[in-house]
Write a protein that binds this ligand. Structure first.
Ligand code: HEM
Length: 501
């Protein structure tokens, strides 16, 4: 009897292994080609520390559209400007990939925006965020004012930090700028915070940073590669991710409750008040969209989507400027011409600041902080380049490959704002630049992020010379790899410009 059971179990196991091997090696009919990979494991593991570079290497053998596999899933990868734009703007490739860690923290039907299915509820949330982040008149202190105030505060902080003229790491202070701006937009600007409020904000920042470190851990991705593994075992980084997410959700729920006590629908002060207005409009509905859970998920999405990218981009900007004093001089000249010395920037001035606009775009191109974008999934069967791609297939894009494509840029390999200028020094757009994705799932924070980077650059250059740790130190442009690019820690010196006057 025992022998029979053992034989049956071995049989099931062998059958399962044969099935998984078969699944990991075969593709649907008329599917994009790709490397054969290893039985059971598949080929997704070929994307390592720099997935965008590995994708480009594979594309040399299989073309700009190819596929990778795990035992359970097929992935379609695209490289180059045209295909990235086609996939990003395809109306039927507008879902997100299921990620085990997000499912654990948000449940099987995530709310908010980033991991939500494409649906009427998603559109309403995107419209809401868009109106909060772009419609400057709606709240007490408008977005432009908040950006201006937070960046001015940062400049004061930097001035104090560099009084001693010692080189310093800047990543924490830039991350604090990003979080202060977003918290002011979401929860309002409050200058005299209590100690308890400050502590809660610090805890929030710690939790957001914990999410960041989880993504950098190689084990975090393991349950993605082996289907079902997360039900048996979780890496330490995933456990931290879960507890940090819970902390962020708690913070969101508490702040929503606080706001209810002083909310006046006629005088919205911030995003939470606008959200409470939405909740009020829907109070008779059986199935409202703007619920407490939705708010918690939305807060999580903004902090995760916004913080990492904005903090990293600002830090890359400093490194590139430190490595290119000639770009600093040209920026300074344009700023003095348009704004005068220490002049305050009006948004109409942006039109006359071609070199500064070109530098902002070049920072976004050269840093490519989201080198492979954010994965998408087909809502229904689609045809791309004549290949038949079934519903539910995950797409990995490669904006970095477009940002470095030889025939799209004058000087693709270097940091060079001339990439966005014509012969007359006028700013020119380039459709090969896609740091914020595109189409139905494009980044909702893009206009805020660009505005923030522009003001940051202007104020920084008005005030400081940015220099490497020593005059002989060579800046390392190479990013730390992963699905998000972050700069390698490097000390910088900021010297007050007044010294030259
Ligand atoms: C330099 C800064 C930023 C970069 C490079 C960036 C990049 C991206 C990218 C590549 C996507 C995926 C777009 C797509 O699939 O087409 C995205 C989505 C998103 N971003 Fe950003 N982002 C930045 C700043 C922000 C900010 C400031 C916020 C919020 C305040 C934000 C919130 C979001 C959200 C909620 C999504 C999900 C959109 C959806 O799924 O429908 N991001 N971002």
């Amino acid at each position: 009897m025992e022998v029979t059971i053992t034989l049956a179990l071995v049989g099931v196991l062998v059958g399962l292994l044969v099935y998984l091997s078969y699944r990991s090696m075969t593709r649907p009919a008329n599917f994009p080609p790709g490397p054969r990979g290893i039985p059971i494991i598949g080929s997704l593991h070929l994307l390592k520390e720099y997935p965008e570079r590995d994708m480009l290497k594979i594309s040399k053998n299989y073309g700009n559209i190819f596929s990778l596999k795990t035992a359970a899933k097929n992935f379609v990868c695209v490289c180059g400007t045209d295909l990235n734009n086609e996939v990003l703007n395809h109306k039927d490739i507008a879902n997100r990939k299921d990620n085990y860690a997000f499912f654990i923290v948000k449940g099987n039907e995530p709310e908010g925006i980033t991991t939500r299915r494409y649906s009427k509820e998603l559109i309403l949330n995107r419209e809401f965020m868009h109106s909060v982040l772009t419609d400057a008149q709606k709240i007490e202190s408008n977005i432009d004012e908040i950006v201006e105030i937070e960046i001015t505060n940062l400049m004061d902080k930097l001035e104090k930090m560099f009084k001693s003229c010692q080189p310093k790491y800047l990543s924490d202070v830039l991350m604090t700028l990003a979080i202060d701006t977003y918290l002011s937009v979401i929860f309002g600007r409050k200058t005299n915070k209590t100690v308890e409020e400050e502590n809660k904000k610090d805890e929030l920042l710690r939790n957001v940073l914990l999410l960041r470190t989880a993504f950098q851990d190689v084990f975090f991705k393991l349950p993605e590669l082996i289907s079902g593994l997360h039900k048996l075992w979780l890496p330490e980084s995933t456990k931290k991710f879960i507890s940090a997410s819970e902390g962020i959700f708690r913070y969101g729920a508490d702040r929503l409750e606080d706001h209810k006590n002083s909310w006046d629908s006629e005088k919205p002060r911030d995003m939470v008040d606008l959200y409470l207005n939405k909740m009020d409009e829907e109070k008779e509905l059986q199935d409202p969209v703007f619920t407490k859970v939705n708010f918690q998920h939305l807060l999580f999405d903004i902090l995760l989507g916004g913080l990492e990218n904005t903090g990293n981009t600002a830090e890359f900007a400093l490194l590139y400027l430190a490595a290119h004093p000639s770009v600093q001089s040209r920026l300074h000249k344009e700023i003095i011409q348009v704004l005068g010395r220490n002049g305050k920037m009006q948004y109409a001035d942006i039109k006359r600041m071609d070199f500064t606009k070109a530098t902002v775009c070049e920072i976004l191109r050269f840093s490519s902080t989201a080198p492979v974008g954010v994965t998408r999934k087909a809502i229904r069967d689609v045809t791309i380049c004549g290949y038949s791609i079934p519903k539910e297939t995950t797409f990995l894009m490669n904006p970095w490959s477009s940002h470095t494509q030889d025939d799209k840029w004058n000087n693709p390999k270097e940091f060079d704002p001339e990439n966005f200028l014509d012969r007359n020094g006028k700013f020119v757009r380039n459709n090969a630049l896609m740091p914020f994705g595109g189409g139905l799932r494009s980044c909702v924070g893009a206009s805020l992020a660009k505005r923030q980077l522009f003001v940051f650059l202007v104020k920084l250059i008005q005030k400081f010379h940015i220099k490497p740790e020593t005059d002989d130190t060579k800046i390392d442009h190479e990013p730390i790899g992963g699905f998000v690019h972050s700069p390698k820690p490097q000390k910088l010196r900021l010297q007050l410009r007044e010294i030259d006057y």
